[in-house]
Write a protein of this length. Structure first.
Length: 150
């Protein structure tokens, strides 16, 4: 089920508070907080997002309609709050690369099939991803990949 966008104005602050609280364990296996610096304002912003650890990186997806990911174009230092621990990462945006996004999206939606609706991807009767929807989503989805600072 896809939640309406205005709902996130209400739910994001609640999720952020929970992820910073002793109750973080209820959510922190799949949700994290990403803190970044605004490219224009130079202010710090924090937003909750679903994440997927892959090898030594952390991956997440967002819609091109959101704004937060634009602050990571060209690479950016970010802080990820994962399982109640803050760590520093280098984040990069992957956009306009349908082949790479498709590969990442297939893996991500294999773990979180309920998120297919957020990418306008329908599931077939056998629960596989609709290939036409996947192709279209690969052209529009935004991936953010963060690797830990050494």
């Amino acid at each position: 089920m896809k939640l309406p966008e205005p709902f996130f104005l209400i739910i994001n602050p609640i999720m952020g508070a929970l992820l910073k609280s002793p109750l973080h364990g209820l959510l922190s296996d799949s949700l994290m907080l990403i803190t970044f610096t605004g490219r224009k304002s130079q202010r710090q912003f924090t937003t909750p997002v679903r994440y997927l650890p892959v090898d030594d990186s952390i991956q997440c997806f967002t819609s091109p309609k959101t704004q937060w990911w634009k602050n990571m174009r060209g690479g950016a230092l970010v802080t990820l709050r994962l399982k109640n621990e803050d760590r520093s990462y280098q984040a990069v945006v992957i956009e306009n690369d349908p082949d790479q996004i498709k590969k990442l999206l297939i893996h991500y939606l294999d773990v979180f099939p309920q998120d297919a609706a957020y990418h306008d991807i329908h599931l077939n009767q056998d629960k596989s991803l609709n290939s036409e929807d996947l192709e279209r989503a690969s052209k529009h989805s935004i991936a953010v990949v963060a690797t830990p600072l050494k």
